[in-house]
Design a protein around this ligand. Sequence first.
Ligand code: PLP
Length: 456
Amino acid sequence: MHNIDIEVVEMTLDVMKYVIGRITTTSPELGKPKTSEELKKLVGDTITPDGIGGEKAFHLFKDVLAKATVPIDHPRHLAFVPAAPTRSAIMFDLVTSASSIHGAYWMEGAGGIFCENEAMSWLVSITGMPQGAFGVFTSGGTAANLSAMVTAREYWRREDRNKGEKGIIVTSAAAHSSIKAMAKVIDVDVVLVETEDLMTADHLQKTILTLAPEKRKRLFAVVATGGTTNAGIVDDLEGIARVCKEENLWFHVDAAYGGGALVADSVRHIFNGIEQADSITIDPHKWMFSPYDCGAIIYRNPDLAKEAHSQKGSYLDIFKDEGAHGFNPAEYQIQLTRRVRGLPLWFSLAAHGTDQYKEAVECGIALANLAGSLITSHPDLELVRPPSLSCVLFRRKGWSPMDYTNWTYKNHKEGIALVTPTKWKRKDAFETVARFCFINPDTTEDDIRVILKTME
Ligand SMILES: *Cc1c(COP(=O)(O)O)cnc(C)c1O
């Protein structure tokens, strides 16, 4: 074992060199995928009876495999929702692994869970939810949405008349795919409010009124979006909150992407009403500069989540005993064994202070507005709608869907940028358009200009 330890130490230095190089460069190589066959040909067999040695495996990763990935924090990666983890959060992700903390129960993970809870208290504070609201970190927005939907459904089923009933949720057509996917997982039906733009109280009310009595009694929750993934649109949260209260429905806000903007004074007002939610999803790995993977689910009344999620087993009883008492993250979402994935966020917040988060998020919003004006003043380009949060939808006049596809592949192949098209519904037809989503504060005006030039 001793020799291996020395090898590991030597390799760690190598790894650190790689990691430091990786996180200090602001213009990394973009990276492109290769087929599985091509990669196999390049690296050969890596799992063998004798092992190929850590040194060799690491170099194969660094020299070949890592290059077949796109660093999602590349300043010209503006596709999907990018990421931009802080250097300190990445560094602390390594510390989190090295600390081997079991993050399910306070009895084992107290110190780590304490840090997560500090970060969570801040997250809760920016939502404006009342005293008593609290949450836990999850693997992402999908798991957070699922955890909230299960909690809402179990709460609804406490009533005798709802036992065994199949539930229904209402959400908008612009809601994230994970809402519909997780509805399938828990076997509830989804009624869509047909709008790509913001869902209003009026839309919601009308949709509820169209439900036959048999369906209306199965309706238990409304899922609003705090920043659609496609266009950065925030639903009318205040109006929807009012309807949910009147109709006695659970009010969930999916702010997986947009939640970061709760710290930004320039746009905070469009989230008014979020503080009335029963549950909120926010992904720190999107606009809160955490490394993958880190989502969060916050509940107005965490006890309801505990009733829905607490797992029972004779070997688990000790964790719930008075003597072990403390906050057990496992009891508030779907996962049992978990890493303390909120730790990198905690360390980064502690190191930089929350004002820097505010500035970094405002930067993404400013980049979107800047891109908006560059597009408006460009003769070949036009905005599809005004930039919203950090999303910009725009069209290249005269382009067909195929032109957008070719543009994406060409830019990626040449290592210029990863920017992808999306679709936007106008009247009853879907139009293919270009889309930017800004997260990384290291993206510059020049980056935007370079990309727009590729459309000329
Ligand atoms: C990204 C996203 C999700 C899914 O989150 P994951 O972390 O990818 O699981 C859900 N909802 C919205 C609005 C999103 O933007």
